[in-house]
Design a protein around this ligand. Structure first.
Ligand code: SF4
Ligand code: SF4
Ligand code: SF4
Length: 289
């Protein structure tokens, strides 16, 4: 299906107008105690890499499997528009560890403060959710996220949007735990209130200090996250970088104020240039916008 230019400008006008007129249900900082947020603790020392969590996520969210070359096993290599969580393997010279990838549901999320149209929102449960009807596909959230989580629907021709883990916000509102944590057979991934999980994580470390790196990743990292990690190997080896304890938006604040005027002023100019090029090339009538 092709979209007329008129439909495109109408949709763009609604999206940008919505951004200017409404601010969206974004919580102000401190409105909810982060220790009350829904959260998950992933203990890499217990995880056996069974991928039951990945599969539970697929089933609940109805995402498409990404099979291996033999087409016999769901084996995504990276997070994608269809893979919102996955298990990766770190192999060192003398050690190894699994690690679960997914949105960290930051306490003060850079993606939320970066999105110029409030398509990403911090909900009162702590889940960072996404409204595809607001998204204009600018991908600023992808650049803002310090954990490189949001993915773009590259294979969708018209109005591709961003996808990522929602912390099963649609389950949380019914009092259910996240699908991935509910399915985990070993207890490596557990669900609960953030404050309670921090207490549990610190107890595991103090009960068996030889097993763990003495750090609950996400308790304070990047200002704190609702998905937290325990590990027996250096967190850097699991791709969990030392980001300091300062919330990322404190660093990136103000960038959205530059982006939106850029979209408003630069967008029509860019569309005009594309149209002029299309006209000169003689393919104006086939241009999908
Ligand atoms: S991990 Fe990235 S996408 Fe997830 S809440 Fe934090 S900034 Fe947003
Ligand atoms: S919390 Fe829900 S959406 Fe997020 S990885 Fe787990 S199952 Fe998937
Ligand atoms: S279901 Fe649990 S044990 Fe299995 S891969 Fe996921 S976190 Fe690890």
């Amino acid at each position: 299906m092709t979209l007329s230019r008129r439909d495109f400008f109408k949709a763009a006008g609604l999206a940008i107008g919505g951004a200017l007129v409404t601010s969206g249900p974004v919580l102000s900082k401190g409105e909810t105690d982060p220790n009350e947020y829904a959260a998950m603790l992933y203990d890499a020392t217990i995880c056996v890499g069974c991928n039951a969590c990945t599969n539970a996520c697929r089933q609940w969210n109805n995402t498409t499997p990404e099979p291996d070359d033999r087409q016999v096993y769901d084996a995504p290599k990276e997070l994608s528009a269809d893979t919102w969580t996955m298990i990766q393997l770190y192999q060192g010279e003398n050690d190894y560890s699994f690690v679960k990838r997914q949105c960290m549901h930051c306490i003060d999320p850079a993606c939320v403060s970066g999105c110029p149209v409030h398509a990403l929102q911090k909900s009162e449960t702590g889940a960072v959710t996404y409204d595809k009807d607001r998204c204009i596909g600018c991908r600023y959230c992808m650049y803002a996220c310090p954990f490189h989580i949001p993915r773009f629907e590259w294979d969708v021709a018209h109005f591709p949007v961003i996808t990522k883990c929602t912390l099963c916000a649609d389950r949380l509102k019914d009092g259910l735990p996240t699908a991935c944590a509910e399915r985990c057979p070993t207890g490596a991934l557990i669900f609960g209130k953030r404050g309670d999980l921090i207490v549990k994580a610190e107890k595991r470390i103090s009960d068996d200090p030889a097993r763990y790196v003495d750090h609950v990743y996400g308790k304070d990292d990047a200002g704190g996250t609702s998905v937290m990690y325990l590990s027996g190997v250096d967190f850097k080896n699991l791709g969990l970088e030392d980001l300091g304890t300062r919330p990322i938006p404190e660093i990136s604040e103000g960038t959205a104020d530059i982006i939106l005027p850029g979209v408003l002023i630069g967008g029509p100019i860019l569309l005009g240039l594309i149209r002029m090029t299309a006209k000169r090339g003689g393919w104006e009538d086939t241009w999908p916008l």
